[in-house]
Design a protein around this ligand. Structure first.
Ligand code: PGA
Length: 220
């Protein structure tokens, strides 16, 4: 993997309609042109195609990610989106977010299938773990440490914990390690100064384009 660092992901979750996604992209496109790291935005599935079209029309450096991927390859799975259906649109997919584990009871077996399916469709998983002990399926190269207590609370994990988990993940494999959970323009710089290659920014500070831009500015 050869992505420029820092690697910054915006996860919109089930927020924003197309007009709002489009306005967000309009604000971010000029900023992304001068940002030296990687920016990945993850809108909801229905907006991936229009986002891809908009970004490719002007060769923007902003990359697209899915927020999830089906554990199934294709077939009779009503409501699912298979990796092979969106691999012309996205380069990445978040897999194993704690909201999926909790609300949709996704377990290790499900998540391992998701990683395999993403990879066989050439989509790079951004695999979320909630602590250093969570299983990382073989082949995953980007791991995001996202402690549940820090998500959406405004209280990021301590630098000591982030550093400890990032180092222990890196001792287990050659991972790119991200941190997610109340990342803000105030804490982002010191977070990426540790053994952390980037951040995953959720609803707290990615939905408002100005707040997300202030995170990128803090990193520049
Ligand atoms: P947050 O969410 O930035 O709103 O805390 C992070 C996440 O859920 O990935």
């Amino acid at each position: 993997m050869n992505e420029a660092l820092p690697f910054v992901v915006a996860n919109f979750k089930a927020n924003k309609n197309w007009q709002e996604v489009s306005d967000w992209l309009d604000k971010l496109i000029p900023i992304a042109a001068t940002f030296t790291g990687t920016i990945v935005v993850c809108p909801a599935y229905p907006f991936l195609a229009s986002s891809a079209q908009k970004l490719s029309a002007i060769s923007s450096k902003i990359k697209l990610g899915a927020q999830d991927i089906s554990q199934f390859e294709a077939g009779a799975y009503t409501g699912e989106v298979a990796a092979s259906q969106i691999n012309d649109l996205v380069s990445f997919s978040v897999i194993g977010h704690s909201e999926r584990r909790q609300n949709f009871k996704e377990n290790e077996e499900t998540l391992t299938s998701k990683v395999l399916n993403a990879q066989s469709a050439n989509i790079e998983p951004i695999f979320c773990v909630q602590d250093a002990q969570t299983l990382v399926p073989a082949g995953a190269k980007i791991v995001a440490y996202e402690p549940v207590f820090a998500i959406g609370t405004g209280n990021a994990d301590s630098h000591e914990n982030i550093q400890a988990v990032a180092s222990s993940l890196k001792a287990k494999g050659e991972y790119m390690v991200l941190y997610g959970g109340s990342v803000s323009s105030e804490n982002v710089k010191s977070i990426v100064q540790m053994s952390v290659d980037g951040v995953l920014v959720g609803a707290t500070n990615s939905l408002d384009p100005d707040r997300f831009i202030s995170i990128l500015t803090a990193l520049s």
